[in-house]
Design a protein around this ligand. Structure first.
Ligand SMILES: C[S@@+](CC[C@H](N)C(=O)[O-])C[C@H]1O[C@@H](n2cnc3c(N)ncnc32)[C@H](O)[C@@H]1O
Length: 259
């Protein structure tokens, strides 16, 4: 990473936001506005590939999830699909799984899905939900064995502060997994970009009835650091064994690191 970029705060900056506080408020309001249609839109716009990405991410941490004493936090959990995928990998063992998000409306959906899962479930844990800001988490230091975040980390208004907070709450030896969008290269990448920047915002706006969020999505992916820079930031925050694994030609990818 170039020396000059070290001191610059980088993070999500929705259009019209003038500082970090207003950016954070804009992000929360944006997700709250699309919460009622969020799941439907996710599955339609990703052709259901999102389910595969969540499952693949959860599988990567099976060695932690099958430990009954494990404490797991899914940050920026939204309506809880990543959290439920983690629970799925836990099988019959019952680690403590917690989903955290700062949008009340998103958590209401997660809670409703939990009740359905609880009714139809066999043995295993049911996730708990907590309303909290990922940049200021209400947990003691060195508490979790695993922290994940799917498509949420990119929306933080300060990526380095987000990474520092993850490192703070991880136990020594604990792991983190950040699943987020990437920018695929080559001819497939060029085709995908037409879909992502031209088609997806139109369909998203049409189904959600809200204009901003689906224009913000491609812009936020463009702002997100490329893998080599993100890995350098992870290492600087105190994570070791930092890696990035592309999913589906690099449309998405999983960052992993250990405290
Ligand atoms: C794109 S959704 C992802 C939801 C879910 N993880 C998934 O894979 O579908 C991003 C979520 O991050 C949440 N979020 C963004 N910034 C946050 C912050 N600073 N603290 C907590 N949640 C945040 C939003 O409220 C939203 O629910």
């Amino acid at each position: 990473m170039p020396e000059t970029s070290k001191s610059i705060v980088i993070g999500a900056a929705p259009e019209g936001a003038s500082d970090q506080r207003s950016a954070s408020r804009a992000v929360r309001e944006m997700f709250t506005s699309i919460a009622p249609r969020y799941d439907l839109l996710n599955h339609v716009l990703s052709f259901n590939v999102d389910r595969m990405w969540w499952r693949r991410t959860a599988r990567a941490f099976r060695h932690i999830l099958t430990r009954p004493d494990a404490r797991v936090l899914d940050l920026c959990c939204g309506t809880g699909d990543m959290t439920f995928a983690l629970r799925g990998q836990a099988g019959k063992s019952s680690p403590q799984i917690l989903g955290a998000d700062f949008s009340h409306a998103m958590l209401q959906r997660a809670t409703a899905k939990s009740s359905v899962a609880q009714n139809g479930s066999g043995p295993g844990c049911i996730p708990n939900w907590i309303e909290a800001d990922a940049l200021n988490l209400p947990f003691p230091s060195a508490h979790f064995d695993l922290v994940t975040s799917a498509f949420g980390f990119r929306n933080l208004t300060d990526y380095d502060a987000g990474l520092r907070e993850i490192v703070r709450i991880l136990r020594p030896g604990g792991e983190c997994g950040i699943l987020d969008f990437g920018e695929p290269k080559g001819a497939k990448g060029a085709l995908y970009r037409i879909y992502f920047k031209q088609v997806l915002p139109r369909i998203g706006t049409m189904i959600s009835g809200v204009r901003g969020p689906y224009a913000y999505l491609p812009a936020s992916v463009e702002r997100f650091p490329p893998p080599e820079e993100m890995l350098a930031r992870m290492k600087r925050a105190g994570l070791v064994e930092a890696t990035w694994t592309p999913y589906t030609f690099g449309i998405a990818g999983l960052y992993r690191g250990k405290r």
